[in-house]
Design a protein around this ligand. Structure first.
Ligand SMILES: Nc1ncnc2c1ncn2[C@@H]1O[C@H](COP(=O)(O)OP(=O)(O)OP(=O)(O)O)[C@@H](O)[C@H]1O
Ligand SMILES: [Mg+2]
Length: 281
């Protein structure tokens, strides 16, 4: 069971002077139990791709298949696809609509048939998972800070318990504690067997938390691989607009000077590489 995308292309305003090719022949497969990060520069097509994954955009060419069900195939399958794939939007304001946090978070699970105590438990569990204090339940979500709104948006998707969790730039607006809580939540979700599709422009974060990474550049796939595979090839591909983590720049420099054999973005692995290489001299 997986979410697979094959040869997906999408052009905004086709045939108009404002035509913009946002996605170009994107293909990948994300599995349950993994954190799959999609990393790309501003305007690389990340949000356009995210919105294709649960059928929010009408397909122009290519395929998106969720657990064997083709998005855009049978209209009666759309509900199952939306239940399976939860999307946290890039901007919480795109998602939030209710007058209270409780109502906002309840919307998804009540739509899928939960009510009464089971619904209340689901809402509380989702708030706890993302570290949103229960005292927020009666608050108006529009009156919250950016980071708090982000947590409400994440909780409202978690509450539906989707098998595929797509998060578009979820770390934006979070402070250090919020970021630690988010990364531990994503790990917990993947350990529970969920597929976490984590969209970001933060290469360092992606290298730290992902099982696999796909880099997109100008709407096309530039590379797909494990963090160590990606670390090894980043200096050879166009990562336009992405910030190379300091540890990787150091790694490349040491390799160039013949001081280490293997490129890594892991600090302890790099220290070990340096130790081994110097003891061999
Ligand atoms: N509604 C739209 N109409 C026309 N062009 C659009 C529209 N939305 C996005 N685009 C264009 O499609 C391309 C991809 O946009 P998209 O929002 O998917 O990128 P992104 O990688 O999510 O960027 P960011 O990191 O800034 O969120 C960009 O060139 C953008 O200008
Ligand atoms: Mg975006």
């Amino acid at each position: 069971m997986s979410l697979s995308v094959a040869d997906l292309s999408y052009t905004y305003n086709m045939g108009l002077p404002t035509e913009a090719a946002a996605l170009k022949n994107i293909s990948f497969e994300a599995e349950k139990g993994e954190i799959f990060s999609i990393v790309g520069h501003t305007g690389s097509g990340k949000s356009t791709l995210a919105m294709h994954l649960n059928g929010l955009m009408v397909l122009q060419s290519g395929e998106v298949i969720v657990d064997g069900i083709r998005v855009g195939g049978n209209p009666s399958d759309l509900r199952r696809i939306r239940q399976a794939v939860g999307l946290v939007f890039q901007y919480p304001e795109q998602q939030i609509f209710a007058e209270t946090v409780r109502e906002e978070i309840s919307f998804g699970p009540s739509n899928w048939g939960l009510s009464g105590d089971a619904l209340e438990e689901r809402v509380c569990a989702a708030m706890d998972l993302i570290g949103l204090d229960r005292s927020f339940a009666q608050a108006n979500p529009f009156m919250l800070s950016g980071g708090e709104k982000r947590r409400v948006a994440i909780a409202s998707v978690l509450a539906s318990d989707p098998d595929y969790l797509v998060l578009d730039e979820p770390s934006a607006g979070l402070d250090y504690n919020g970021l630690c809580e988010l990364t531990s939540l994503l790990r917990k979700m993947s350990e529970k067997g969920k597929c976490v599709i984590h969209i970001t422009h933060d290469l360092e974060l992606a290298l730290e938390i992902s099982d696999r990474i796909m880099i997109i550049s100008d709407g096309a796939v530039a590379a797909i691989g494990s963090p160590s595979e990606i670390s090894g090839i980043l200096s050879d591909i166009d990562i336009k607009g992405l910030i190379l983590p300091d540890i990787l720049s150091l790694s490349y420099e040491l390799k160039k000077r013949g001081r280490i054999d293997k490129i890594t973005s892991d600090p302890s692995e790099l220290a070990e590489e340096i130790r081994t290489a110097s003891s061999c001299r």
